[in-house]
Ligand binder design. Structure first.
Ligand SMILES: [Mg+2]
Length: 356
């Protein structure tokens, strides 16, 4: 057994020495891990930087996520933010605080998840540094850097009336995954809320419904579509982390426009979610419109050009409604009318035992 081989017994330096060889190198690295800081080339003269924190409890459950899953998800969510600016991800630094009892094997599997996520989603990107510390609450912080390669950054504020609204990547699948985990936990549990996660249940569901569970636990958004969208003239872009309606409203408000989504254009997404599990059929529409964490890329493009590969049209930019109600979601309509249930659904934070 490797159970005695924990961070507490081997220490931080030895654990890091086991982790770092597993991580991919970045092609922009001038001075890599081993010194006090890394040195990276920035040929563009500018670089994109973003950070994201994942905390056990609010953001994930160890019962359902493997160490490998968490590595993939930590990479994917940060890479999507870089891509949404129109940049190519170049490097990550990773800070991890784990309970002292965490096995070195778990840390190695987390590193392998980071490697596999980065390698699959952003070729040439690497992990150039990090830190490891001890905490009762597992906390993962990733900072990602990107290269605009001469492009202008794509902001949220550039959408113009008449632009096409388009998306690359799945919508609603990650939300379907977390709803499935929570609702099955309720069905099979004692009715307590929030439902107590079960690792056995999570593994069984993963085997039977891999599409939605993988989308939630180890997402693989189309990172390369971000720079491609910028090259195609995207006027605004972000990644869908909190739900289509809420994230679309962020573009609308930053750009002082309205966004009208087409329900017909989103029907395939609704059908895909509904087909994933019988219990999702009644919620599929809401999950496509308000489910978060897919990290699909939502962008606006001038109507005059063709959409780049991988993007599908889901709506149009319209003038801001004069005198309309303020607040998130108010600037976004579906088929010209307000959507009846705006806002993202976050079961980790908002679970109240209802199915609404
Ligand atoms: Mg984002």
């Amino acid at each position: 057994m490797t159970s005695k081989n924990t961070l507490g017994t081997v220490g931080e330096r030895a654990a890091l020495a086991r982790i770092f060889p597993r991580l991919p190198a970045a092609t922009t690295t001038l001075v890599g891990p081993g010194d006090d800081a890394a040195v990276l080339a920035a040929p563009d003269g500018r670089f994109v930087v973003t950070t994201d924190m994942m905390i056990h409890g609010p953001d994930f459950r160890l019962a359902w996520s493997t160490a490998h899953d968490l590595g993939v998800k930590a990479a994917a969510s940060n890479l999507a933010d870089v891509a949404a600016m129109g940049a190519v991800p170049t490097s990550l630094v990773v800070a991890l605080a784990v309970p002292r009892s965490t096995s070195v094997e778990w840390l190695e599997q987390f590193a392998d998840g980071l490697r596999d996520g980065v390698t699959a989603l952003a070729d040439g990107c690497g992990v150039v540094g990090g830190d490891l510390s001890v905490s009762d609450t597992l906390t993962i912080v990733v900072t990602a850097f990107g290269d605009l390669q001469g492009r202008a950054p794509v902001l949220r504020s550039g959408a113009r009336t008449g632009d096409v609204v388009a998306v690359a990547g799945a919508l609603g699948m990650a939300g379907a995954g977390i709803r499935l985990l929570f609702t099955e936990a309720v069905t099979s549990g004692d009715g307590s809320t929030p439902p107590e996660p079960s690792a056995d249940l999570g593994r069984a569901l993963r085997r039977r419904y891999p599409a939605v569970l993988d989308a939630q636990l180890a997402p693989t958004p189309p990172i390369h579509r971000g720079p491609e969208a910028a090259d195609a003239g995207a006027t605004a872009m972000l990644d869908v982390s909190d739900g289509l309606l809420l994230d679309a409203s962020r573009i609308a408000e930053a750009s002082a426009v309205g966004i009208d989504l087409s329900s017909a254009a989103l029907d395939d997404d609704v059908r895909a979610v509904a087909a994933a599990h019988p219990s999702l059929a009644d919620f599929a529409r809401g999950l496509v419109y308000a489910g978060g964490e897919d990290h699909a890329l939502l962008a606006t493009f001038p109507a005059s050009g063709a959409l780049p590969d991988g993007f599908r049209r889901i709506g149009v930019v319209v003038p801001a409604a004069a005198g309309g109600p303020a607040g998130a979601g108010s600037a976004v309509t579906v088929d010209g009318a307000p959507y009846d249930s705006p806002g993202g659904w976050d079961p980790y934070r908002d679970w109240n035992g209802s199915t609404g």
